[in-house]
Design a protein. Structure first.
Length: 620
């Protein structure tokens, strides 16, 4: 009965908000109604009409209903965008799905001067240059003097990744006169699949199945299936085993993940419970506010529903893989001060389950872990990053800032370069951390006024090695002095600028993104930049089902749920999979380490690097 009520709440949520052609927007810090209106191609009046209270002002985390433009509305060849704080040229181009070069062309001056908060940009209509478009023809470019891969890709409005994929033998230093494929016709495009980069699961052909029916059942294209299995071009036979690309369930290709997918055991049905704070009793008692009103004001309910939508997507993906699962979704009715988890554990015999995800509040997770510790049932804490108490069966899924620092330290230890640190004298703990973790690191000197001694910094740089310069300072002057000194030294030294945790100063307008790309800024991140388009595939599938793009909580709901379902479906128990396998899902990495006092904590972070073409990727 409870599951039916939860489904009703989610159904009412989706039909109330989405069927009326609305999307929801969570207000970011510093955003204005005008900026939000421009982002969604609506007018401020449209937003005020659906959100009357917004006339009195909007605050961070407020949820606004935004009317969606209908298909019949004409789209102009260009739009305008007002730059908000911390936005980058690359981020804006990615948001509007256009090439950075197109943005530069439509806005002369920003390539050299950068962008500033409040600046109005012209956003050109995206070029139709995808591979499936019949108007695209095969075209070659002959390399001219001083041309680079980036400049050529920019010239033809394609990405550097497309250029590399179309020209797999492309040399790093382009020879004069070298011919590059810069566009493809649709026939060529359908066959462009690199099996070496695709993670797959095996499908055993059943009676009467065809290539078409198998492809359709997994939601992949026939051409993609044939490219991965050339032997099935003429047909398939009963009992034959063929490879199915795991992109059909929206997961990335990592070795550990591939191992887990290929070692799934479905003999015994696995039981998993999700304890989510829908707080249905409160909603039913609320006679003043409608559900739509509540959704506008209750960010916690929105977060819960987003997480739930992502979890449902994960369950669907698990079914696509044929996992043998029994899923229970229960209302934890929780707040900071209490919940009904004790009743849920007892009524639903959760001690007999293979895993429990939730609740949200860490105090309530700890209560569930304590109740199920003797039964050795894994309890996954989905959102909290810290735990006050430790239990042997508790798994904290969201990494903390400590994980960022330690992840970067581990990366630096693996490099063979010189280690240099610019640490503000007031950051005593950071200095001690670096000194303890990286014995070989050397620290720059400062003058009596705590200004950086740039000569000291230059004297520590070493030729014939990559110099990793760790910046742990937030004063704009010190940051600029460090960056300018390093850029001036690039002709003589190989340099990488490094941060071990988020540094808000680097987002200021005084520090152009171009300078950070020159120094190949390297940083740790909880989420990865998606170079392979996995996020896009997930986003498309999520939009088809929910009529809205996934929020960070929806992605987290998918990643944590899917990771848990894959782990409980192994021959060994959940804890053994934790010890053996690090996994990556749509945006999150799961690399659990055992805590000294019991339980496990996720330390999975990604090391990312700015590149010269204004993209972000893993360091090479």
């Amino acid at each position: 009965m409870l599951n039916r009520v939860i489904y009703l709440v989610f159904f009412v949520f989706t039909t109330t908000v989405f069927a009326q052609s609305f999307t929801k927007h969570i207000v970011a810090k510093g955003e204005t109604v005008k900026q939000i209106a421009q982002k969604y191609n609506v007018t401020p009046f449209d937003i005020y009409r659906e959100n009357p209270d917004a006339k009195n002002g909007i605050a961070q985390d407020l949820v606004l209903l935004i009317p969606i433009a209908t298909k019949n509305e004409k789209k102009s060849d260009s739009r305008i965008h007002e730059v908000i704080q911390k936005e980058t040229v690359y981020g804006i181009a990615k948001h509007y799905e256009i090439a950075v070069g197109e943005l530069y062309k439509s806005n002369p001056g920003i390539e050299t001067n950068g962008i500033k908060t409040g600046q109005i940009l012209v956003i050109p209509k995206p070029k139709i240059n995808n591979l499936g478009n019949n108007s695209v023809t095969t075209k070659y470019h002959e390399v001219l003097a001083k041309e680079t891969k980036f400049s050529i890709a920019k010239q033809y409005g394609i990405t550097l990744e497309q250029l590399n994929n179309w020209n797999p033998t492309i040399p790093e230093n382009l020879p004069l006169g070298y011919k590059l494929l810069v566009s493809k016709d649709s026939k060529s495009a359908t066959l462009e699949v690199n099996p070496a980069r695709i993670t797959f699961v095996l499908h055993e052909v059943k009676a009467k199945e065809t290539v078409f029916s198998v492809a359709k059942s997994y939601g992949v294209k026939q051409d993609e299936l044939i490219a991965l299995n050339p032997e099935i071009k003429e047909g398939i036979q009963e009992g034959q085993k063929i490879k199915i690309p795991s992109s059909s369930v929206y997961i990335n290709d990592t070795k550990a993940k591939s191992d887990l997918l290929q070692s799934i055991k479905n003999k015994e049905k696995k039981k998993v419970a999700l304890l989510l704070p829908f707080n249905i009793a409160k909603i039913e008692k609320d006679s003043v506010n409608t559900l739509a009103d509540r959704l506008k004001k209750d960010s916690f309910l929105n977060m819960t529903l987003d997480f739930y939508a992502g979890a449902l997507q994960a369950i669907d993906s698990a079914k696509t893989l044929g996992l043998n699962l029994d899923i229970s979704i229960l209302d934890s009715e929780e707040s900071k001060s209490g919940s009904n988890v004790e009743v849920l554990v007892k009524q639903n015999n959760l001690q007999n389950f293979n895993a429990v995800i939730g609740p949200f509040y860490q105090t309530q997770v700890e209560k569930v872990a304590a109740l199920l510790e003797s039964s050795d049932v894994p309890v996954i804490s989905p959102l909290s990053k810290e735990n006050a108490k430790s239990f042997a069966n508790m798994f904290v899924a969201s990494p903390s800032v400590d994980a960022l620092r330690l992840g970067m330290v581990r990366f630096l230890k693996q490099q063979k370069g010189a280690l240099i640190a610019v640490v503000d004298s007031k950051k005593i703990a950071t200095r001690q951390f670096l000194k303890t973790q990286l014995e070989a690191i050397q620290f720059t000197e400062f003058d009596d006024k705590n200004n950086l001694n740039t000569e000291s910094l230059k004297s520590l740089l070493i030729k014939d090695k990559i110099n990793y310069v760790v910046l742990a300072a937030e004063k704009t002057g010190m940051v600029l002095a460090t960056i300018n000194t390093l850029i001036a030294s690039l002709n003589d030294y190989q340099i990488r600028l490094v941060i071990i945790e988020p540094n808000p100063t680097l987002d200021f307008e005084e520090i152009p993104l171009t300078k950070l790309t020159k120094l190949k800024l390297t940083f740790p991140s909880f989420t990865k930049y998606d170079n392979l388009g996995q996020y896009k595939k997930f986003e498309i599938a999520f939009k088809e089902k929910n009529k809205i793009a996934p929020s960070q909580y929806a992605i987290k709901g998918f990643d944590i749920t899917f990771d848990t379902l894959i782990r409980v479906s192994q021959e060994v128990n959940f804890e053994e999979t934790i010890k053996k396998s690090t996994t990556e899902q749509v945006e999150n990495k799961f690399e659990y380490t055992k805590e000294p006092n019991g339980g496990y904590k996720n330390m999975g972070v990604f090391i990312q690097q700015y590149t010269n073409d204004l993209t972000i990727s893993e360091p090479q």
